[in-house]
Design a protein around this ligand. Sequence first.
Ligand SMILES: Cc1cc2nc3c(=O)[nH]c(=O)nc-3n(C[C@H](O)[C@H](O)[C@H](O)COP(=O)(O)O)c2cc1C
Length: 392
Amino acid sequence: MKNILLGVSGGIAAYKSVELCRRLQDNGFHVRVVMTKAATEFVTPLTFQAISGHPVHTELFDPAAEAAMGHIELARWADLLLIAPATANTIAKLALGLSDDLLTTLVTATAAPVAIAPAMNQQMWKAPTTEQHLSVLRQRGVQIIGPAAGAQACGDVGFGRMLEPLEIVDYVLYPAQDTLQGQHWVITAGPTREQIDPVRFLSNNSSGKMGFALAKAAARLGAKVTLVSGPVSLEAPPAVNLIKVKSAQDMLDSVMEHISDARVFIGCAAVADYRPAEFIAQKIKKNTQELHVDFVKNPDILQTVAELKQRPFCVGFAAETQKLEHYAKDKLKRKNLDMICANNVANGKIGFDSDENAVTVFFKNDRTEVLQQCCKHKIASQLVYLIQKNLG
Ligand SMILES: Cc1cc2nc3c(=O)[nH]c(=O)nc-3n(C[C@H](O)[C@H](O)[C@H](O)COP(=O)(O)O)c2cc1C
């Protein structure tokens, strides 16, 4: 697929589509932009023209445009018609097949697949009309990308926020299919928190972003996903069963509760190797010059799962600051894993608490795959694809 017709409708998220246009181009797509009249109230066509390098189409009845690249020609040119943001109004018009402006006419006139990234206030997203229209579009094969939950421009909090441009690019590169339908994936994410006293704990820098991205990517392909996460500040991805835990022991208990029918287990959490030997019931007072805390080893969640008689396909992560390949391969063998994703966290720029990652994947059968540095969403999609390919 090469040609993307980017439709921009009149929502506040239209500004994000300028970035989306750029990112699509970065990924080798040719992009032409069509804007609704309302969209031009938010971002000027000139901005999109400068970024896309092509005139922006806004009018259905435009003799000059028809003489150059008419609406039917545009509809034929597209390999994908991507509408981002898709307003409640445009979604409603699409569901009804209305064609009263250039964008909606193009949707009716194109044979190309259509994908929409809805963006609207959370109350508009919850409206029964929006739900009905989306259901019609889904049945018609339109891919619905997002939305995400979170703080909105209007001050509300909830579902309706357009996905970030790189996440949308990810959906375009790896269109949703139900290839994992019927499979249960259990994924751990984030740090664990090992309490020393009621107010202090031992933890690490893991943000949970990689594990959450993996859960989202697997759910998008139809897997039933149980995500067991330590304390992080991330929203549950759509259609994912998020279980919040604190300590390594809690995480193990929760994993074991859900693992029996799992086809895949991904140990992505940065589980603390040690915990304080005893929990001090009252806050430790500052009345000695030195403080010694004894630590004992935590249970190894990945190994426990890999040792099960009926074990799922086991995937580990190794974050190392040195001898990456050596330590990763050792962990793969020692814990009897099927696959290990190794990342070098020495420079502090990728991996832990970052939006980007670069991963080298080592397999049981000595094969290696290198995933170049990019956003965690893309890495997650690539990893889910690799796991799927190796399930047998
Ligand atoms: C400041 C402002 C922000 C808006 N943001 C959104 C939005 O995020 N999503 C949405 O569905 N409508 C939003 N609207 C309403 C749409 O602009 C309106 O429904 C318009 O008719 C959409 O036209 P279109 O679908 O042809 O682009 C907003 C309106 C205003 C005034």
